[in-house]
Write a protein that binds this ligand. Structure first.
Ligand code: BTN
Length: 328
Protein backbone atom coordinates (compact mmCIF):
# COMPACT_ATOMS: atom_id res chain seq x y z
CA UNK A 1 0.00 0.00 0.00
CA UNK A 2 1.41 3.42 -0.87
CA UNK A 3 1.91 6.02 1.72
CA UNK A 4 -0.99 8.44 1.70
CA UNK A 5 0.43 11.90 1.92
CA UNK A 6 -1.54 14.99 2.64
CA UNK A 7 -1.07 16.94 -0.56
CA UNK A 8 -2.71 14.25 -2.61
CA UNK A 9 -5.74 13.93 -0.36
CA UNK A 10 -5.96 17.67 -0.18
CA UNK A 11 -5.55 17.91 -3.92
CA UNK A 12 -8.47 15.52 -4.41
CA UNK A 13 -10.70 17.53 -2.12
CA UNK A 14 -9.62 20.79 -3.70
CA UNK A 15 -10.18 19.48 -7.21
CA UNK A 16 -13.83 18.61 -6.47
CA UNK A 17 -16.51 21.03 -7.61
CA UNK A 18 -17.47 23.60 -4.99
CA UNK A 19 -20.40 21.76 -3.41
CA UNK A 20 -19.46 18.24 -4.43
CA UNK A 21 -18.47 15.50 -2.01
CA UNK A 22 -15.67 13.07 -2.74
CA UNK A 23 -16.69 9.64 -1.56
CA UNK A 24 -14.49 7.60 0.75
CA UNK A 25 -14.56 4.86 -1.85
CA UNK A 26 -13.23 7.15 -4.55
CA UNK A 27 -10.45 8.51 -2.35
CA UNK A 28 -9.56 5.02 -1.28
CA UNK A 29 -9.38 3.88 -4.92
CA UNK A 30 -7.56 6.93 -6.30
CA UNK A 31 -4.94 6.96 -3.58
CA UNK A 32 -4.84 3.23 -3.00
CA UNK A 33 -5.23 3.46 0.76
CA UNK A 34 -7.57 2.15 3.44
CA UNK A 35 -10.53 4.03 4.93
CA UNK A 36 -8.69 4.21 8.25
CA UNK A 37 -5.72 5.87 6.56
CA UNK A 38 -8.05 8.40 4.96
CA UNK A 39 -9.64 9.18 8.30
CA UNK A 40 -6.24 9.69 9.91
CA UNK A 41 -5.22 12.11 7.20
CA UNK A 42 -8.50 14.00 7.50
CA UNK A 43 -7.77 14.43 11.20
CA UNK A 44 -4.31 15.72 10.38
CA UNK A 45 -5.65 18.25 7.88
CA UNK A 46 -8.23 19.38 10.43
CA UNK A 47 -5.47 19.86 12.97
CA UNK A 48 -3.78 22.17 10.44
CA UNK A 49 -6.88 24.30 10.26
CA UNK A 50 -8.72 22.79 7.29
CA UNK A 51 -12.43 22.25 7.86
CA UNK A 52 -13.66 19.05 6.25
CA UNK A 53 -17.29 18.05 6.28
CA UNK A 54 -17.91 14.30 6.42
CA UNK A 55 -21.39 13.11 5.46
CA UNK A 56 -22.28 9.41 5.65
CA UNK A 57 -22.85 7.87 2.19
CA UNK A 58 -21.81 11.11 0.43
CA UNK A 59 -18.20 11.47 1.48
CA UNK A 60 -15.95 14.40 2.24
CA UNK A 61 -16.04 18.05 1.29
CA UNK A 62 -13.55 20.83 1.95
CA UNK A 63 -15.42 23.74 3.52
CA UNK A 64 -12.67 25.81 5.14
CA UNK A 65 -8.97 26.48 4.94
CA UNK A 66 -6.52 27.56 7.61
CA UNK A 67 -6.72 31.26 8.13
CA UNK A 68 -3.69 32.82 6.54
CA UNK A 69 -2.11 36.04 7.53
CA UNK A 70 -2.19 38.52 4.71
CA UNK A 71 -0.24 41.73 4.31
CA UNK A 72 -3.48 43.63 4.05
CA UNK A 73 -4.91 42.17 7.25
CA UNK A 74 -1.82 43.19 9.19
CA UNK A 75 -1.36 46.59 7.58
CA UNK A 76 -4.95 47.74 8.01
CA UNK A 77 -4.65 47.11 11.77
CA UNK A 78 -1.30 48.86 12.28
CA UNK A 79 -1.36 51.88 14.58
CA UNK A 80 2.37 52.52 14.68
CA UNK A 81 4.63 55.20 13.27
CA UNK A 82 7.46 52.90 12.16
CA UNK A 83 7.16 49.40 13.58
CA UNK A 84 5.82 47.01 10.97
CA UNK A 85 5.63 49.64 8.22
CA UNK A 86 8.29 47.74 6.26
CA UNK A 87 6.67 44.34 6.29
CA UNK A 88 8.00 41.10 4.82
CA UNK A 89 5.54 38.22 4.99
CA UNK A 90 6.53 34.66 4.10
CA UNK A 91 4.81 31.30 3.96
CA UNK A 92 7.83 29.39 5.17
CA UNK A 93 11.36 30.38 6.14
CA UNK A 94 14.14 28.71 8.10
CA UNK A 95 13.96 31.37 10.81
CA UNK A 96 12.61 34.91 10.67
CA UNK A 97 15.75 35.88 12.61
CA UNK A 98 17.97 34.90 9.68
CA UNK A 99 15.81 36.65 7.10
CA UNK A 100 15.74 39.87 9.11
CA UNK A 101 19.45 39.74 9.84
CA UNK A 102 20.13 39.72 6.09
CA UNK A 103 17.76 42.64 5.57
CA UNK A 104 19.46 44.49 8.43
CA UNK A 105 22.86 43.99 6.81
CA UNK A 106 21.42 45.42 3.59
CA UNK A 107 20.39 48.55 5.49
CA UNK A 108 16.72 47.90 6.33
CA UNK A 109 15.30 50.64 8.55
CA UNK A 110 14.33 50.36 12.20
CA UNK A 111 10.92 48.80 12.64
CA UNK A 112 11.29 46.41 9.69
CA UNK A 113 9.25 43.31 10.41
CA UNK A 114 9.53 39.76 9.11
CA UNK A 115 6.61 37.41 9.70
CA UNK A 116 6.40 33.78 8.62
CA UNK A 117 3.49 31.37 8.71
CA UNK A 118 5.97 28.61 9.40
CA UNK A 119 9.60 28.27 10.42
CA UNK A 120 11.49 25.13 9.57
CA UNK A 121 14.40 25.97 11.87
CA UNK A 122 12.87 28.24 14.45
CA UNK A 123 15.24 28.73 17.35
CA UNK A 124 14.87 29.66 20.98
CA UNK A 125 17.11 30.79 23.81
CA UNK A 126 20.01 28.62 24.94
CA UNK A 127 20.27 26.95 21.52
CA UNK A 128 16.88 25.29 21.81
CA UNK A 129 14.56 24.48 18.91
CA UNK A 130 11.41 26.60 18.64
CA UNK A 131 8.60 24.56 17.12
CA UNK A 132 6.79 26.79 14.61
CA UNK A 133 3.99 24.92 12.78
CA UNK A 134 2.17 26.68 9.93
CA UNK A 135 -0.86 28.90 10.22
CA UNK A 136 -1.37 28.93 13.95
CA UNK A 137 1.31 30.91 15.69
CA UNK A 138 2.87 34.32 15.46
CA UNK A 139 6.49 33.92 14.42
CA UNK A 140 8.09 37.27 13.75
CA UNK A 141 11.25 39.35 14.05
CA UNK A 142 11.49 43.09 14.52
CA UNK A 143 14.52 45.25 13.73
CA UNK A 144 15.77 47.84 16.24
CA UNK A 145 18.64 50.24 15.72
CA UNK A 146 18.93 51.89 19.14
CA UNK A 147 21.72 54.33 19.90
CA UNK A 148 22.67 52.65 23.15
CA UNK A 149 25.78 50.85 24.41
CA UNK A 150 26.13 47.14 23.95
CA UNK A 151 25.62 46.51 27.68
CA UNK A 152 22.07 47.84 27.39
CA UNK A 153 20.89 44.76 25.47
CA UNK A 154 19.38 43.09 28.60
CA UNK A 155 17.19 46.16 29.04
CA UNK A 156 15.73 45.63 25.57
CA UNK A 157 15.07 41.99 26.38
CA UNK A 158 13.00 43.01 29.38
CA UNK A 159 11.27 45.78 27.43
CA UNK A 160 10.20 43.23 24.83
CA UNK A 161 8.64 41.06 27.55
CA UNK A 162 6.64 43.96 28.99
CA UNK A 163 5.38 44.99 25.54
CA UNK A 164 4.37 41.46 24.62
CA UNK A 165 2.65 40.95 27.95
CA UNK A 166 0.57 44.06 27.37
CA UNK A 167 -0.44 42.94 23.89
CA UNK A 168 -1.37 39.41 24.93
CA UNK A 169 -3.34 40.72 27.92
CA UNK A 170 -5.37 42.84 25.52
CA UNK A 171 -6.15 39.76 23.40
CA UNK A 172 -7.13 37.26 26.10
CA UNK A 173 -8.51 37.60 29.63
CA UNK A 174 -5.70 35.62 31.27
CA UNK A 175 -3.42 36.28 34.19
CA UNK A 176 0.00 36.53 32.55
CA UNK A 177 3.26 36.57 34.49
CA UNK A 178 6.80 37.22 33.31
CA UNK A 179 9.41 34.61 34.08
CA UNK A 180 12.89 36.15 34.04
CA UNK A 181 14.05 37.34 31.65
CA UNK A 182 11.26 37.29 29.10
CA UNK A 183 9.02 34.21 29.05
CA UNK A 184 5.30 34.84 29.45
CA UNK A 185 3.51 32.24 31.53
CA UNK A 186 -0.11 31.37 32.23
CA UNK A 187 -0.60 29.03 35.19
CA UNK A 188 3.08 28.17 35.06
CA UNK A 189 3.00 27.28 31.35
CA UNK A 190 4.84 29.16 28.64
CA UNK A 191 2.73 30.98 26.04
CA UNK A 192 5.48 32.87 24.23
CA UNK A 193 9.22 33.29 23.86
CA UNK A 194 11.53 36.14 22.98
CA UNK A 195 14.99 35.89 21.46
CA UNK A 196 17.25 38.90 21.00
CA UNK A 197 20.19 38.63 18.63
CA UNK A 198 22.43 41.62 18.15
CA UNK A 199 25.22 42.81 15.94
CA UNK A 200 27.83 45.02 17.56
CA UNK A 201 30.86 47.02 16.52
CA UNK A 202 33.34 47.61 19.28
CA UNK A 203 31.17 48.71 22.21
CA UNK A 204 28.29 49.95 20.05
CA UNK A 205 25.13 48.11 19.08
CA UNK A 206 24.65 48.15 15.32
CA UNK A 207 21.25 46.56 15.43
CA UNK A 208 19.10 44.14 17.38
CA UNK A 209 16.84 41.50 15.89
CA UNK A 210 13.99 40.87 18.32
CA UNK A 211 12.37 37.49 17.71
CA UNK A 212 8.89 37.05 19.08
CA UNK A 213 7.13 33.71 19.14
CA UNK A 214 3.55 33.58 20.37
CA UNK A 215 1.72 30.27 20.64
CA UNK A 216 -1.52 31.83 19.48
CA UNK A 217 -3.76 29.08 18.15
CA UNK A 218 -1.66 25.95 18.55
CA UNK A 219 -3.42 22.71 19.50
CA UNK A 220 -2.14 20.24 22.10
CA UNK A 221 -0.93 17.90 19.34
CA UNK A 222 1.27 20.64 17.88
CA UNK A 223 3.65 20.41 20.82
CA UNK A 224 6.44 17.84 20.94
CA UNK A 225 6.23 15.53 23.95
CA UNK A 226 9.02 17.18 25.93
CA UNK A 227 7.38 20.61 25.59
CA UNK A 228 3.71 19.64 26.01
CA UNK A 229 3.70 19.77 29.81
CA UNK A 230 5.46 23.13 29.93
CA UNK A 231 3.67 25.12 27.22
CA UNK A 232 0.17 26.20 26.33
CA UNK A 233 -1.36 28.26 23.53
CA UNK A 234 -3.62 31.26 24.00
CA UNK A 235 -6.39 29.31 22.31
CA UNK A 236 -5.99 26.39 24.70
CA UNK A 237 -5.80 28.63 27.76
CA UNK A 238 -8.60 31.02 26.81
CA UNK A 239 -10.84 28.47 25.09
CA UNK A 240 -11.16 30.45 21.89
CA UNK A 241 -8.90 31.33 18.96
CA UNK A 242 -7.19 34.69 18.76
CA UNK A 243 -7.00 36.98 15.74
CA UNK A 244 -3.33 36.76 14.83
CA UNK A 245 -3.25 39.91 12.68
CA UNK A 246 -4.75 41.90 15.54
CA UNK A 247 -2.27 40.40 18.01
CA UNK A 248 0.63 41.37 15.75
CA UNK A 249 -0.65 44.93 15.35
CA UNK A 250 -1.21 45.41 19.09
CA UNK A 251 2.21 43.93 19.92
CA UNK A 252 3.87 46.41 17.56
CA UNK A 253 1.92 49.31 19.02
CA UNK A 254 2.82 48.40 22.61
CA UNK A 255 6.41 47.76 21.62
CA UNK A 256 6.81 51.06 19.81
CA UNK A 257 5.26 53.02 22.68
CA UNK A 258 7.52 51.45 25.29
CA UNK A 259 10.57 51.74 23.06
CA UNK A 260 9.96 55.47 22.59
CA UNK A 261 9.47 55.83 26.34
CA UNK A 262 12.74 53.97 26.90
CA UNK A 263 14.70 56.11 24.44
CA UNK A 264 13.27 59.26 26.03
CA UNK A 265 13.25 58.43 29.77
CA UNK A 266 15.67 55.53 30.07
CA UNK A 267 15.22 52.11 31.63
CA UNK A 268 13.61 53.17 34.92
CA UNK A 269 9.93 53.07 33.80
CA UNK A 270 10.50 49.75 32.01
CA UNK A 271 12.11 48.29 35.10
CA UNK A 272 9.07 49.21 37.21
CA UNK A 273 6.67 47.67 34.67
CA UNK A 274 8.70 44.49 34.42
CA UNK A 275 9.01 44.09 38.19
CA UNK A 276 5.26 44.56 38.65
CA UNK A 277 4.57 41.41 36.62
CA UNK A 278 7.53 39.22 37.52
CA UNK A 279 6.70 35.81 38.99
CA UNK A 280 10.24 35.29 40.35
CA UNK A 281 10.83 38.16 42.71
CA UNK A 282 11.17 37.37 46.41
CA UNK A 283 11.01 33.61 45.88
CA UNK A 284 13.72 31.11 46.56
CA UNK A 285 15.17 30.39 43.13
CA UNK A 286 17.75 28.19 41.49
CA UNK A 287 19.42 29.60 38.39
CA UNK A 288 21.59 27.66 35.96
CA UNK A 289 24.36 29.99 34.84
CA UNK A 290 27.27 29.32 32.47
CA UNK A 291 29.45 29.17 35.62
CA UNK A 292 27.22 26.69 37.45
CA UNK A 293 24.04 26.86 39.54
CA UNK A 294 23.23 29.77 41.84
CA UNK A 295 20.69 29.68 44.65
CA UNK A 296 19.17 32.82 46.04
CA UNK A 297 16.23 35.17 46.12
CA UNK A 298 15.77 37.58 43.18
CA UNK A 299 14.98 41.00 44.61
CA UNK A 300 14.67 43.13 41.49
CA UNK A 301 16.56 44.47 38.48
CA UNK A 302 19.63 46.67 38.46
CA UNK A 303 20.11 49.72 36.21
CA UNK A 304 21.44 47.65 33.33
CA UNK A 305 18.64 45.08 33.44
CA UNK A 306 20.51 42.41 35.37
CA UNK A 307 18.57 40.30 37.87
CA UNK A 308 19.70 41.06 41.43
CA UNK A 309 19.85 37.79 43.30
CA UNK A 310 20.28 37.88 47.07
CA UNK A 311 22.68 35.14 48.11
CA UNK A 312 22.68 33.36 51.49
CA UNK A 313 25.30 35.78 52.86
CA UNK A 314 23.03 38.74 52.05
CA UNK A 315 25.02 40.07 49.07
CA UNK A 316 23.21 41.02 45.86
CA UNK A 317 24.61 39.38 42.76
CA UNK A 318 23.62 40.72 39.32
CA UNK A 319 22.84 37.93 36.84
CA UNK A 320 22.61 38.58 33.10
CA UNK A 321 22.70 35.20 31.47
CA UNK A 322 21.03 32.21 33.09
CA UNK A 323 18.04 29.96 33.07
CA UNK A 324 15.66 29.77 36.01
CA UNK A 325 15.41 26.14 37.05
CA UNK A 326 13.05 26.39 39.98
CA UNK A 327 11.28 29.12 41.87
CA UNK A 328 9.32 28.31 45.01
C1 BTN B 1 12.64 31.20 23.66
O1 BTN B 1 11.77 31.31 24.53
O2 BTN B 1 13.49 30.31 23.75
C2 BTN B 1 12.68 32.19 22.54
C3 BTN B 1 11.83 31.77 21.39
C4 BTN B 1 11.83 32.77 20.24
C5 BTN B 1 11.04 32.27 19.05
C6 BTN B 1 10.92 33.31 17.97
S1 BTN B 1 9.75 32.87 16.73
C7 BTN B 1 10.30 34.15 15.70
C8 BTN B 1 11.80 34.22 15.84
N1 BTN B 1 12.45 33.30 14.93
C9 BTN B 1 13.10 32.33 15.57
O3 BTN B 1 13.75 31.42 15.02
N2 BTN B 1 12.97 32.48 16.89
C10 BTN B 1 12.19 33.64 17.22
Amino acid sequence: MINLNQPSLLALLEAADRDAYVSGEEISKRLNVSRTAIWKQIRKLEAEGYVIEAVPRLGYRLVGRPSRLTRQEVQTRLQTREFGRHLHLFDSVSSTQDVLRELAEEGAPEGTLVIAEQQTQGRGRMGRVWVSPPGKGVWMSLLLRPQVPLQATPQLTLLAAVALRRAVSAAVPLDIGIKWPNDLLVDGKKISGILLESAAEEERLRYVVVGLGISANLEPEDYPEDVASKAVSLKMAAGRPVDRAELIAVTLKEFEELYELYLRDGFEPIRALWEAHSINLNRKTTLATPRGPIEGIPRGLNDMGGLLVELSDGTLMPVYSAEIQSST
